[in-house]
Design a protein around this ligand. Sequence first.
Ligand SMILES: Nc1ncnc2c1ncn2[C@@H]1O[C@H](COP(=O)(O)OP(=O)(O)OP(=O)(O)O)[C@@H](O)[C@H]1O
Length: 323
Amino acid sequence: MQLSQTIFIDIDKVSVNYDDVVAINQLSLKIKKGEVVSLLGENGAGKSTLINTILGRCQVNTGSIKIFGEQPGSQAAKVRIGTILQDANLPDNVTVKEQLNLFRHYYPHARSLEDLLNIAMLKGIEEKRMNKLSGGQKQRVFFALAICGNPDIVFLDEPTVGLDTSARKEFWQCIENIKHQGASIILTTHYLEEAEALSDRILLLNQGNLIWQGTPTEIKNNMTGKKVSFHTSAPKQTIVAFFDSLGSSDVHTNDTNIEACDINIQAGKVECTSQTPEVLLARLFAQKVPLHNLLVEPSKFEDAVLAMNEQMSNKAVAKENVA
Ligand SMILES: Nc1ncnc2c1ncn2[C@@H]1O[C@H](COP(=O)(O)OP(=O)(O)OP(=O)(O)O)[C@@H](O)[C@H]1O
């Protein structure tokens, strides 16, 4: 689907500090109408702070944010936003339909019940009481409540935590459904496959910095090379010597494992990324390195994200050492 050019969120050189912790550092970003954006990053990267700042719950120290051209937290912005209520307690003995109808009355332009049941995939369970729902069904009710007022942007903060695979996939379908209706979605998640499956754009945060943004495919393409893995009965010193002979000077050893940026040797399993896997394999065979369970695979989205995060963390450590 062609994305609209309308900018819903405009963030310009925003920094947010908690005392001496820089949670968001000079971050600039625009989010368009109808776009599904995932915020990825390790714990403490700044995802929640960024969302809270857009919602007007956190004050910026420098820079500016506009949401629909309005101030974050203003009534004009709030009425166009939907969020899943975290830890919301809904009454147990109320049916799904009753709960949705109750919320619909809060909004001047609420979605119809039929619409909510369809988008949130609740058809057939609308007469069930809340305490009879599975975890996945409950989360879809929360989603329906978040979109009840027909919001233009829906914020979903780790919405599928604790759901099993099939419940998670059903929730993904709900996100697709609302996307098709033209809403923007801002998702934080630690499930990389979720970000890959749903997002138009991924934003990678690291220590408050936006270190990368692009489509899931662009992230994968950013990481060239193939992933090679195999098991070996050779002693780890032999494997280290082998990679050293290839010119991989950054192989380190300790008692438990041997690791480098793109080489990992642990419990007889070797994993690395190679630009020229054919050459690597030819050398392994020529040196008669015993190996089994050999796999050569394209780099995965998950590997690419982890590698980018690792690169940034290594750079930060190098900078600290120089300072
Ligand atoms: N209320 C607070 N007071 C002080 N420091 C805070 C506060 N909230 C967050 N921080 C710090 O700001 C940084 C960013 O935290 P934030 O919660 O935004 O990260 P996150 O990416 O959402 O992490 P997680 O994935 O664990 O939720 C971290 O260093 C965190 O310790």
